[in-house]
Design a protein around this ligand. Structure first.
Ligand SMILES: NC(=O)c1ccc[n+]([C@@H]2O[C@H](COP(=O)([O-])OP(=O)(O)OC[C@H]3O[C@@H](n4cnc5c(N)ncnc54)[C@H](O)[C@@H]3O)[C@@H](O)[C@H]2O)c1
Length: 319
């Protein structure tokens, strides 16, 4: 039995592949490398138990043909669906991006699961499905009104997965997490800041007014939480918020930490406004009470996760 991972060459997907291989699994990954990098899979490709299939998940014919060739005779115990558009501003500017890469990828992977009799599915959802909510966000809050196309297509994906559970899946785990940081990242605030610093700017430009505050989780802890839920959640449809215990780190604290990690004394200039981009949720207060009651608690706070990720990013970017 093998495990199928979509978005395998991405930031989180590649760490997930490594963990599954560490656990002794045989893994087939799918990615069209729209944002992921084959470099992220160096370790996996040397393992002898991993294969990367380059295919567009938004195209069901391409998906079944290309994957069908590689996976002939293989039985899958589960699919971990982590492919999506991860550039939220681009999806806000052009709605078809999230329609294809965030929603259609889900619809098609469900169709593949139906045809190939794959009974278990894990899904990378997001805090963006909740939109702007007052107070701490719990899993059972609603009605849900996302403010980005990305959040909307993730929420629609959750709905499609729920309908598939009624028809042919046996078990589903939906993970709703906010910002994840760490090595191999392909986007996000730390990635953006280091990219800017690599160009040797006169000052560091930071989006918004610096007061945006969100929870951050290091990718190693995210993976711990995913496997904890996967192994221990008793529900047939498990859906859990995953995040740190605190209420987050501010953008200005992150920018200062990035400068420290890069050994830079540049000044910071803010572009202004209470949010980084259209569709950005400037403040997120996240409840992980449900996850805690399942017995998992993160060790790192948001700022510790940021510090660790900045050290990793500084090394990866040659500072
Ligand atoms: N990083 C975060 O902070 C965060 C937070 C919440 C949820 N998520 C979710 O976690 C998952 C992984 O995110 P990530 O941060 O690793 O992003 P990522 O961009 O690094 O990974 C996504 C991967 O999906 C692939 N992909 C996209 N569209 C595809 C398509 N049509 N066909 C095949 N492959 C396709 C990309 O090439 C990429 O490798 C995503 O579903 C994302 O929405 C991420």
């Amino acid at each position: 039995m093998s495990v199928l991972v979509t978005g395998a060459a991405g930031f989180i997907g590649s760490h997930l592949v490594d963990r599954l291989l560490d656990a002794g699994k045989t893994v087939i990954g799918i990615d069209n490398l729209v944002s992921g990098r084959e470099d992220n899979l160096q370790l996996a490709l040397q393992s002898g138990r991993f294969e990367l299939v380059r295919a567009d998940l938004a195209d069901i014919n391409e998906l079944t043909t290309v994957l069908g060739d590689v996976a002939r005779g293989v039985q899958f115990e589960a699919v971990w669906h982590f492919a999506a558009n991860s550039d939220i501003p681009s999806g806000t500017a052009e709605a078809s991006i999230d329609l294809r890469n965030t929603f259609l990828t889900t619809v098609n992977i469900l169709e593949l699961a139906r045809r190939w009799d794959i009974k278990s599915l894990s899904f990378a959802s997001t805090s963006a499905i909740y939109g702007v909510m007052p107070g701490q966000i719990h899993e059972d809050q609603g009605p849900l009104f996302p403010i980005s196309n990305y959040g909307a297509m993730k929420l629609a994906s959750e709905a499609a997965i729920s309908a598939a559970l009624e028809r042919f899946l046996d078990r589903v785990a939906i993970f709703r997490f906010p910002n994840v940081v760490g090595s191999r990242c392909t986007h996000g605030i730390i990635y953006d800041l280091f990219k800017k610093l690599q160009f040797g700017p006169k000052y560091l430009e930071v989006l918004g007014d610096g007061t945006q505050r969100k929870p951050y989780l290091h990718v190693t802890e995210l993976l711990d939480a995913l496997f904890h839920v996967w192994t221990n959640a008793p529900e047939r449809l498990a859906f859990y918020n995953i995040g740190p215990l605190d209420q987050g780190a501010t953008v200005s604290a992150i920018a200062q930490q990035a400068l420290r990690a890069a050994g830079s004394s540049l000044s910071i200039r803010y572009t202004g406004g209470d949010r980084g981009w259209l569709g950005d949720v400037p403040r997120v207060e996240y409840s992980i009470e449900k996850l805690r009651s399942l017995g998992w608690i993160p060790r790192l706070g948001s700022m510790q996760a940021i510090e660790k990720a900045c050290r990793e990013m500084a090394e990866e970017s040659g500072f």
